[in-house]
Design a protein around this ligand. Structure first.
Ligand SMILES: [Zn+2]
Length: 267
């Protein structure tokens, strides 16, 4: 593949950088992340932004991925591998081949150390071209989402049985391409602020949706299922009573991520 862009080519580092992660200041850095995650959807002086000249590239990559999602279908897009994405884009003129600059840009986002812009979670997928085998997954009727067979599927079925039919899968498996699309689209909304984007969405490679976690919500609760309001529903209270259900991003988690009461930790 193409040669990586150096990180300083895409980032605009803040004047007063708090990027001093390694060493005795780590605790302070984590505390800083926890504080910011409480009020995640605002900007902070030391946020890390994409350089203004990268913004058009960002938009072009998002638009191409959106066209690709339309081509393969919303559900299938969540399982798509990066090599397949490149191939489909090349084959179908209504998507159009990725440019070298777009591929370089996606690569540098994927391989960059997300801690540089404040995300402190683990990288769970390190290979940009990793694929999800269809045989490992099952499409969940009526949801538009897939789950991995085995533990995730079993846990979801158990939750449905114990909480009741008002609980529903709101996001299942998200492969690398799907997470790239979500994260870059979020970065468009934050005007290139990667720190702000990563407070509410794991950067590509860092999402546990790629290896087994899933989100649940209350039927009819719509977008509220992805807000703190979900934590006051009957469904959430019931989930918390079940000893086997753990929440990945709890309140004041050490990863610099907002409270996500809907995100079930499986792996
Ligand atoms: Zn989630």
């Amino acid at each position: 593949m193409t040669e990586l862009l150096a990180a300083e080519n895409i980032f605009l580092l803040p004047q007063k950088s708090k990027v001093h992660l390694f060493g005795p200041d780590l605790d302070e850095y984590v505390k800083d992340g926890i504080t910011k995650a409480r009020d995640f959807d605002r900007t902070y002086d030391d946020d890390v932004l994409l350089k203004p000249e990268m913004m058009q590239l960002l938009q072009n990559a998002v638009d191409r991925l959106t066209r690709l999602q339309r081509l393969v279908g919303y559900a299938n897009f969540s399982l798509l591998g990066f090599d397949e994405a490149i191939r489909y884009a090349q084959q179908y003129s209504r998507v159009g081949a990725f440019t070298k600059q777009e591929l370089d840009f996606v690569e540098s986002i994927f391989f960059e150390d997300a801690a540089k812009y404040g995300f402190l979670g683990n990288k769970v997928i390190t290979n940009l071209t990793s694929r999800i085998s269809n045989r490992e997954t099952i499409k969940m009727a009526g949801t538009g989402h897939f789950l991995f067979k085995g533990q995730p599927l079993n846990m979801y079925n158990k939750i449905k049985k114990d909480v009741g039919n008002s609980v529903i899968l709101t996001s299942g498996i998200r492969g690398v391409v799907k997470q790239i699309h979500l994260f870059l689209a979020k970065a468009v909304k934050t005007n290139g602020n990667l720190s702000q984007a990563s407070r509410s969405l794991a950067p590509p490679g860092h999402s546990y949706h790629g290896i087994g976690d899933f989100d649940v919500g209350k039927i009819g609760f719509g977008e509220n299922n992805f807000t703190a309001a979900f934590s006051s529903t009957f469904e959430y209270k019931k989930l918390r009573e079940l000893g086997y259900v753990l929440i990945r991003y709890t309140e004041n988690n050490p990863y610099g991520v907002r409270f996500e009461p809907w995100h079930i930790k499986v792996v």
